[in-house]
Design a protein around this ligand. Structure first.
Ligand code: 5GP
Length: 208
């Protein structure tokens, strides 16, 4: 899409959710690298940074008091408690990018997805599924981050998340990574072309 055409439309809010172990993070990273005009929304969280994570890149890491203040000041378009920690998306992060015509990828949980659907016009909600629950168990075991007890807990939570995916627009199975990435890109490309999205493309074309 040319810059002139891109600037006339508001960006597309894209929510991607999945149960942990489904490969959401890798898929979202690959999407950001291979699709133009889409950027990620950086969330606020009260959890500690892990490994190489950097404040302002993966997350804004804040303390509970700061998070409470932001809730009080209505700075979040959505927020939720996930695995005992709080995560939230700030209005300004999303709105500034959407207003600039950039599509915004929100890698958030199903509670957040439901809030975005209700509060952000035109949001597209995509839920990633594992090919099977056996495969999900295998992936969680192979990444060796959790104890057997934690893996059972994550599987139980995965079932809850999958059941909560009912309001999502698209279900995408992440079996083969490249195929899932290609399907994800196709969904976004098609959504960009929806006639219902505010755009003055037709007027511009006819008056050119
Ligand atoms: P992690 O701590 O592993 O980075 O993320 C844990 C979960 O929190 C993931 O499912 C992730 O998508 C979700 N998450 C990350 N940021 C947000 C956010 O801003 N809001 C909500 N609702 N969930 C988030």
């Amino acid at each position: 899409m040319s810059n002139s055409a891109r600037n006339v439309r508001r960006g597309l809010p894209i929510v991607v959710s999945a149960a942990s172990g489904t490969g959401k993070t890798s898929l979202c990273r690959a999407l950001l690298k291979t699709l133009s005009n889409v950027s990620s929304s950086i969330s606020y969280t009260t959890r500690e940074p892990r490994g190489e994570e950097v404040h302002g890149r993966e997350y804004y890491f804040v303390d509970d008091a700061t998070f409470d203040r932001m809730i009080g000041a209505r700075e979040f378009v959505e927020w939720a408690e996930v695995f005992g920690r709080r995560y939230g998306t700030a209005f300004h992060t999303v709105e500034e990018q959407l207003d600039a015509g950039t599509d915004v990828l929100l890698d958030i949980d199903v509670q957040g997805g439901a809030q975005i659907r209700d509060r952000v016009a035109g949001a597209v909600l995509i839920f990633l599924l594992p090919p099977s629950m056996d495969e999900l168990r295998r992936r969680l075991t192979n990444r060796a981050e959790d104890s057997p007890c934690d893996i059972e807990r994550r599987l139980a939570e995965a079932k809850e998340e999958i059941l909560a995916s009912a309001p999502y627009d698209y279900l995408l199975i992440n079996d083969d990574f490249d195929e899932a990435l290609s399907t994800l890109r196709s969904v976004i490309r098609a959504e960009r072309l929806r006639r219902s999205r505010p755009s003055d493309l037709v007027q511009r074309l006819l008056s050119s």
